[in-house]
Design a protein around this ligand. Structure first.
Ligand code: UDP
Length: 477
C-alpha cells in the first residue's frame, strides 16, 4: 500500500520576517515529501500574491502544498508598520483561536498530523492540545534573544528591572544565564525600557516566550556553531530543539535549483535595477543600507544617516520602503549637498532582493536594523555589519554581533551623522581586515552546518523523521 505523506500546518505571525523564514521551512519540508498547508493573514497573502509568484512557485511545484488565509482582525487599511505592530499582535491573539480551531476541524483537508506554529502564539498550543494534534514551535528570532526574553522573569525577580534612567543603561544584567559578562540594560529587548514590568507589551513578549516549553519541540533558525552556549541554556527548559538554520543557506544547499533563491517572498515590488547599479561598482566598495520590513525612521534620523553616509565618502545602496519615513514632507527639503552626492555615488530603491545584494561582490558593509533574518543573511554572505537596532530582539542581536561574534559594531540609542561616518570608516578602512576575516570564518561555519553531516542538516533530518512518525498517529474528528 502506498504510504500517505504527513500533512503539516505552518502558521506564522503576519510579519514579513516570520513569513519569509517559515516559507523557507515549508519548501524544505515539501522537498522531503511532506504535504504543507501554509496559513497566511488575508492582508499579507494579498500583498505576496500582488508582488511575487509564490502561488505558482509553491503550489505548482508541490501538489500537496496549499495556501489558506485567515483574517488578522484588522481593517485592510490599518497601518502594520513597526510603530503600530503591537496592534497586529494583539488582534491576532484575540480573533484567531476560534478561527484556527474551526479551520482545523472543517476546512483544512486532509486532517493535519502536526502544527508548526510561530513560537509567539501560545493560543495555537491550546487549540492543538484541544484537538490532540502535536505542535512544534518555530521561533523566528535568534537563540540569544529568545533566551533573554525567557529569562526576564528572573531578571525582574532579582530587582534588575526597571531601568533607572539613561545613566543606568550600561549596567550589566546578571540574571540571564550565560550572558552575565556582556548583556547590559541597553542590550535588553526594547520593551524592557518600560518603566513598569507589568507594562502590557512587556508581559506579552515575556509571557509568549515562557510558553515555549509547552510545545512538543522548538525549531530555531540558527546553527550550533553560532549560538551553542546559549542553546545549551535553552535546552534546560526545552530539550527538543531543532536548529536548522541559516534557512536561506539550507535551502540553497538542499535545492540549488530552487526558484525561491531568485524570487523574493516580499510585500513590495522588487526593484532589480539595484543589481545593475551594483554591477558597475568596484569590488567591496558599497555600503548596503536597509532597516527591514517594519522599522520606521523619523525625518531627522533619515537625514542623520544620509549626512553620515555622504560624509564617509563611500558609495551606498539604500532601501527606503514607501512606508518607512514618518512625517514625510516632500523631496524639496533635502539639502542640495545630499542630493548631489547621492547622484554621484548613491542609489536609493524601494525594495531589493536582499540576499542577492548581500552576496554581490561590490558590497562591503551592511548598515542594518539587526532584524534576525537580516543578521543571518549577512552572516551567510560574510558581510560585516554596522548595527542600528530598532526594536524588540534587535537590541540583543546587535550586542551579539559586536561583542560575541565580533563581526560588526553597533551604534545604539544614537543616530548621529558623525557616529555613522566614524563607524563606517572603522569597518571599511581602519579595522577592515579584522572584520572581513571574522565574518568570513563565521560564514564558513554557517555553510558547513547546512551541508551533509552538518548540525543543521542532521537536525532537519530529525525533524522530518519526527513529523513522519507523528503521521502514524492520525488525528481524526
Ligand atoms: N528584505 C528584502 N528586501 C529589502 C529589505 C529586506 O528582501 O529591500 C528582506 C530581508 O532579506 C529579510 C527580511 O526582509 O529576509 C527582513 O527581515 P528581518 O528579520 O531582518 O527584519 P524585520 O523586517 O522583521 O524587521
Amino acid at each position: 500500500m502506498e504510504k500517505i505523506p504527513p500533512h503539516v500546518l505552518i502558521f506564522p505571525i503576519p510579519a514579513l520576517g516570520h513569513v519569509n523564514s517559515m516559507l523557507k521551512l515549508a519548501e524544505l519540508l515539501s522537498v522531503a515529501g511532506i504535504n504543507v498547508t501554509f496559513l497566511n493573514s488575508e492582508y499579507n497573502h494579498s500583498r505576496l500574491v500582488r508582488h511575487t509568484d509564490i502561488c505558482s512557485r509553491y503550489t505548482q511545484r508541490f501538489p500537496g502544498f496549499q495556501f489558506k488565509t485567515v483574517t488578522d482582525g484588522l481593517p485592510m487599511d490599518h497601518p502594520r508598520t513597526g510603530d503600530r505592530f503591537e496592534d497586529v499582535l494583539y488582534s491576532v491573539k484575540s480573533v484567531t483561536p476560534p478561527l484556527l480551531k474551526d479551520m482545523l476541524l472543517n476546512e483544512i483537508k486532509p486532517p493535519v498530523n502536526c502544527i508548526i506554529s510561530d513560537g509567539f502564539m501560545s493560543f495555537a498550543i491550546d487549540v492543538a492540545r484541544d484537538l490532540g494534534i502535536p505542535i512544534i514551535y518555530f521561533r523566528t528570532i535568534g537563540a540569544c534573544a529568545l533566551w533573554a526574553y525567557y529569562s526576564l522573569r528572573e531578571v525582574i525577580d532579582a530587582g534588575e528591572l526597571p531601568i533607572k534612567g539613561a545613566e543606568d543603561m550600561d549596567r550589566l544584567i546578571k540574571n540571564v544565564p550565560g550572558m552575565e559578562s556582556y548583556l547590559r540594560c541597553r542590550d535588553l529587548p526594547s520593551f524592557c525600557r518600560a518603566s513598569d514590568p507589568m507594562d502590557k507589551n512587556f508581559q506579552l513578549f515575556m509571557g509568549e516566550t515562557r510558553s515555549s516549553p509547552r510545545a512538543d519541540g522548538l525549531i530555531l533558525n540558527t546553527f550550533e556553531d553560532l549560538e551553542g552556549p546559549i542553546l545549551s541554556q535553552i535546552r534546560t527548559i526545552c530539550p527538543n530543539i531543532y536548529t536548522i538554520g541559516p534557512l536561506n543557506a539550507h535551502l540553497k544547499a538542499t535545492v540549488p535549483e530552487s526558484t525561491s533563491l531568485k524570487s523574493s517572498n516580499s510585500f513590495w515590488e522588487v526593484d532589480r535595477s539595484c543589481i545593475s547599479w551594483l554591477d558597475k561598482q568596484p569590488p567591496q566598495s558599497v555600503i548596503y543600507v536597509s532597516f527591514g520590513s517594519i522599522a520606521v525612521l523619523s525625518r531627522e534620523q533619515l537625514l542623520e544617516f544620509w549626512h553620515g553616509l555622504v560624509n564617509s565618502n563611500k558609495r551606498f545602496l539604500w532601501v527606503i520602503r514607501p512606508d518607512s519615513i514618518s512625517g514625510k514632507n516632500g523631496e524639496d527639503e533635502i539639502p542640495e549637498e545630499l542630493v548631489g552626492a547621492t547622484k554621484e555615488r548613491g542609489y536609493m530603491v524601494g525594495w531589493v532582493p536582499q540576499e542577492e545584494v548581500l552576496a554581490h561582490q561590490a558590497v562591503a558593509l551592511f548598515l542594518t536594523h539587526s532584524g534576525w533574518n537580516s543578521t543571518l543573511e549577512s552572516i551567510v554572505a560574510g558581510v560585516p555589519m554596522l548595527c542600528w537596532p530598532y526594536f524588540a530582539d534587535q537590541q540583543v542581536n546587535s550586542r551579539f554581533v559586536g561583542e560575541v561574534w565580533k563581526i560588526g559594531v553597533y551604534m545604539k540609542d544614537l543616530c548621529d551623522r558623525n557616529v555613522v561616518e566614524k563607524m563606517v570608516n572603522e569597518l571599511t578602512v581602519e579595522r577592515k581586515e579584522e572584520f572581513m576575516k571574522a565574518s568570513s570564518e563565521i560564514a564558513d561555519l554557517a555553510r558547513k552546518s547546512v551541508n551533509e553531516g552538518g548540525s543543521s542538516y542532521c537536525n532537519l533530518d530529525r525533524l522530518i523523521n519526527d513529523i513522519e512518525s507523528m503521521s502514524s498517529r492520525v488525528f481524526s474528528c
